[in-house]
Design a protein around this ligand. Structure first.
Ligand SMILES: Nc1ncnc2c1ncn2[C@@H]1O[C@H](COP(=O)(O)OP(=O)(O)OP(=O)(O)O)[C@@H](O)[C@H]1O
Ligand SMILES: [Mg+2]
Length: 243
């Protein structure tokens, strides 16, 4: 499904700086941060609250601009894209999953998943077909006609994952996707993200404090003081510490 071979580098951030001003106070959130993210892996980003994890996801997905440095994603230099090109980049290539699910209360599970597909230009028939496939892939084939109020937290998160997955994105971003869920549902979500990375060749980049997720990630990046402090791969004995 993905055009990228597994293990291809799909995101490269170089010396990224980002600060926020509030009143007189300037907070340097990212300080010459560099990283690469590969296809076909579940990469976890952990680090203390407020260290800039969500900001980093927003930057890597083209939602926020950097103050300095570069981000290239799927061979696009994000800093050089216009707002409409960035929007198109996100629509075509990225999927998002959030802690709070971000579902529309009035829509059924199937409709939630179909909606972005119609924005992609798929016909109603094709959008429905792909939505059904994605909902089946997350184990919700039998819950497609239910609305969020009729679904459990874990099921809602699986609808949100199906919605992201149905776009067949090469980049999937998840910000604390398990923190609103109990242990069993959190585990299901982790397994699902892992499976998506491996089966579809998607680069799955997930921010989490969840220690259960650490054990399941292919790679764990730890952030501190605006940089990547450590970079560990599960399968390799190599542990790299950035300078
Ligand atoms: N739009 C903004 N305006 C001003 N400050 C901001 C803005 N967005 C983030 N910040 C600040 O940047 C810092 C990093 O925020 P961010 O949300 O990226 O942290 P985080 O690591 O995701 O934290 P958490 O684990 O609590 O979600 C915080 O100090 C936050 O207050
Ligand atoms: Mg955050």
């Amino acid at each position: 499904m993905s055009a990228q071979p597994a293990n291809a580098t799909v995101i490269r951030a170089t010396d990224v700086c980002k600060a926020f001003d509030s009143g007189r106070l300037r907070t340097q959130v990212l300080d010459r941060l560099s990283l690469t993210i590969d296809a076909g892996e579940l990469t976890l980003i952990s680090g203390p609250s407020g260290c800039g994890k969500s900001t980093l996801l927003a930057i890597l997905s083209g939602l926020q601009k950097v103050d300095a440095g570069h981000v290239s994603a799927l061979d696009s230099e994000l800093g050089q894209l216009s707002l409409s090109e960035l929007e198109r980049f996100r629509l075509l290539h990225t999927g998002f999953v959030f802690q709070g699910f971000n579902l529309f209360p009035a829509l059924t599970a199937a409709e939630q998943v179909e909606l972005p597909l119609t924005h992609l230009g798929l016909s109603t028939h094709d959008a429905r077909k792909r939505a059904v496939q994605s909902l089946e892939e997350v184990g919700l084939g039998h819950r497609m006609r239910l609305r969020p109020a009729e679904l459990s937290g874990g099921e809602k998160q699986r609808v949100a994952i199906a919605r992201a997955l149905a776009k067949q994105p090469q980049l999937l971003f998840a910000d604390e996707p398990t923190s609103a869920l109990d242990a069993a549902n959190g585990q299901t979500i982790i397994d699902l993200l892992h499976r998506i990375a491996h089966n579809h060749g998607t680069a799955v980049l997930c921010v989490s404090h969840d220690p259960r997720l650490v054990a399941h990630a292919d790679r764990v990046l730890t952030m501190e003081d605006g940089r990547i402090l450590s970079d560990r791969r599960r399968d390799a004995a190599t542990e790299k510490t950035s300078s």
